[in-house]
Design a protein around this ligand. Structure first.
Ligand code: NAD
Length: 501
């Protein structure tokens, strides 16, 4: 499966595409093409949605406790195969093996959460909402749900979606990133091995053609999307126009506000990990630091000295701390931002453009890059660069820092570094961002909380996983009932709006 052409996964088995279009999968550390992926068609989507629709009726009738047992076995298999999944991710994405392992772990935790589904699906019940009248609610599945995912977390992001959807009794069609298709296939095999009935989980590879077919398919009832903001907006608008429930998570520009009272060594270490880990290709990467008051010079010095020592190289080499970017085109785009930042007059403190990795000259590497004295109107501040480029903006006060973060178009994650409980409390109260860290640089919530941003980082109402994920993948039904003894049943027609109290 992992050599040659990656197949689709439809109705519990590897399935060839009907497409004549193919994309190339490149190992970013070597620049070499390692396999091909079909760019599927609407016919492929019809086949997958057809299989999912057929499987749905039996799956929704399967008691949640039985579904949960399959999820538990899936979790065990994911744990048992953690190292091959990790290798596959590193090979196609470029991230280091320990980093890839961490992302697999965060995905496994969502399966763990979804394994509690009998409890999660419990509705509410109230006795005697009126005389002899009870009321209860149920959470029922939607039918076929679809997920469209980005390149940067090929296990974790799909796992934010399909275990929860499937645990809730839905069937699922996943369209993973065409840049990194193999991890999804491995997860599909493992889910089948765990006992998942055929057709409940399907994978269709492709690009816009497959996405559009899913967005408009009458049998797809919900769309979960994670990717860049322009595509997220399009997915939200198109899905909603076709009557679907949509959650579309977009891009980010995440700020770390560093107060002058913070432990600056600690803050520098934390910011470096969050800025350059995974080569900055994380939606929760810190890409902007707001240095408040006197923090600036001492902080920039520390970040520069430590970031310059990061070991960059192929992700599967022991001791490497940062791998390559996803593609040559993306690496060149990130370099272009660095060029532009220089032209705009920001101070380039650390320049990663000259980096060469011996033996990997064709890999898509770029070293850690740091700009200081960046101004909000510069493109290196405004745009999501999605690479190892950190920009430092100076602010005179916490008020100014909060105003800056709140005026940004994105609102995914943010962090404050401080020793002041008062500053931290104000920050978490006033900041217009979905996920906030206090002395925590990457505040990705655990699976039993929900993950999602604000503003241009999320289109839709509900975040992924946690209870919001359960609500996204279910419809609520409320039942009001009475069982009067015949002699006690009210008699006579009434045309008055019923009141029970
Ligand atoms: P992308 O938007 O290019 O692609 C995401 C998905 O959309 C892929 O499956 C792709 O095939 C599909 N797609 C691309 N262009 C499309 C189009 N015109 N019409 C329909 N579908 C299309 O994103 P990417 O480059 O794979 O991932 C990086 C982006 O994802 C970054 O912006 C990052 O911030 C974001 N991201 C966000 C989160 C989050 O939780 N908010 C998490 C991870 C990544």
């Amino acid at each position: 499966m992992m050599e040659g052409i990656v197949p689709l996964w439809i109705n519990g088995r590897e399935t060839p595409t009907r497409s004549t279009r193919f994309g190339e999968i490149t190992n970013p550390a070597t620049g070499k093409v390692i396999r091909k992926v079909p760019l599927g068609t609407s016919e492929d989507v019809n086949a997958a949605v057809g299989a999912a629709t057929a499987a749905f009726q039996e799956w929704r009738a399967t008691p949640p406790v039985r579904r949960a047992r399959i999820l538990t076995r899936f979790r065990e298999l994911m744990e048992a195969h953690r190292s091959d999944l990790t290798r596959l991710i590193s090979e196609e994405h470029g991230k280091t093996l320990p980093d890839a392992a961490g992302s697999v772990q965060r995905g496994i935790e969502v399966i763990e959460f979804a394994s509690g589904v009998p409890h999660l699906l419990k509705g509410e019940h109230a006795e005697d909402v009126g005389r002899g009248i009870d009321c209860h609610s149920m959470l029922q599945p939607l039918g076929v749900c679809a997920g469209i995912t980005p390149f940067n977390f090929p296990a974790m992001v799909p796992l934010w979606m399909f275990p929860v959807a499937i645990a809730c009794g839905n069937a699922f069609v996943l369209k993973p990133s065409e840049k990194i298709p193999s991890t999804s296939m491995r997860m599909a095999e493992l889910f089948k091995d765990a006992g998942l009935p055929d057709g409940v989980f399907n994978v269709v590879h492709g690009d816009k053609e497959v996405v559009d077919a899913l967005l408009t398919h009458p049998e797809v009832h919900a769309i979960s999307f994670v990717g860049s903001t322009p595509v997220a907006r399009y997915i939200y608008q198109t899905g909603a126009a076709h009557g679907k429930r949509v959650q579309a998570l977009g891009g980010a520009k995440n700020h770390a506000v560093v107060m002058a009272d913070a432990d600056l060594d600690f803050a520098a270490d934390q910011v470096i990990g969050a800025a350059y880990g995974s080569a900055g290709e994380r939606c929760m990467a810190i890409s902007a630091v707001v240095a408040v008051g006197d923090a600036g010079d001492a902080l920039v010095e520390r970040i520069r000295d430590k970031a310059a020592k990061l070991v960059v190289g192929p992700g599967d080499r022991h001791g490497v701390e940062m791998g390559p970017l996803i593609s040559r085109a993306h690496r060149d785009k990130v370099k272009g931002y660095v060029d532009q930042g220089e032209r705009d007059g920001a101070r380039l403190v650390l320049d990663g453009r000259g980096l060469r990795i011996t033996g990997h000259e064709d890999g898509f590497f770029l070293g850690p890059t740091l700009f200081d004295h960046v101004r909000p109107e510069m493109s290196i501040y405004r745009d999501e660069i999605f690479g190892p480029v950190l920009v430092v903006v100076r602010a005179a006060s916490l008020d100014e820092a909060i105003a800056l973060v709140n005026s940004n178009a994105y609102g995914n994650g943010t962090a404050i570094f401080t020793r002041s409980g008062h500053a931290a409390r104000r920050f978490q109260n006033e900041i217009e961002v979905g996920m906030v860290g206090v002395n925590i640089p990457i505040p990705v919530p655990m699976a039993f909380f929900s993950f999602g941003g604000w503003k241009n980082s999320l289109f839709g109402d509900l975040h992924v996983h946690g209870m919001e994920g359960v609500y996204f993948y279910t419809r609520t039904k409320v039942i009001t009932s009475r069982w009067p003894a015949d002699e006690a049943a009210p008699r006579g027609v009434t045309t008055v709006m019923p009141t029970h109290g």
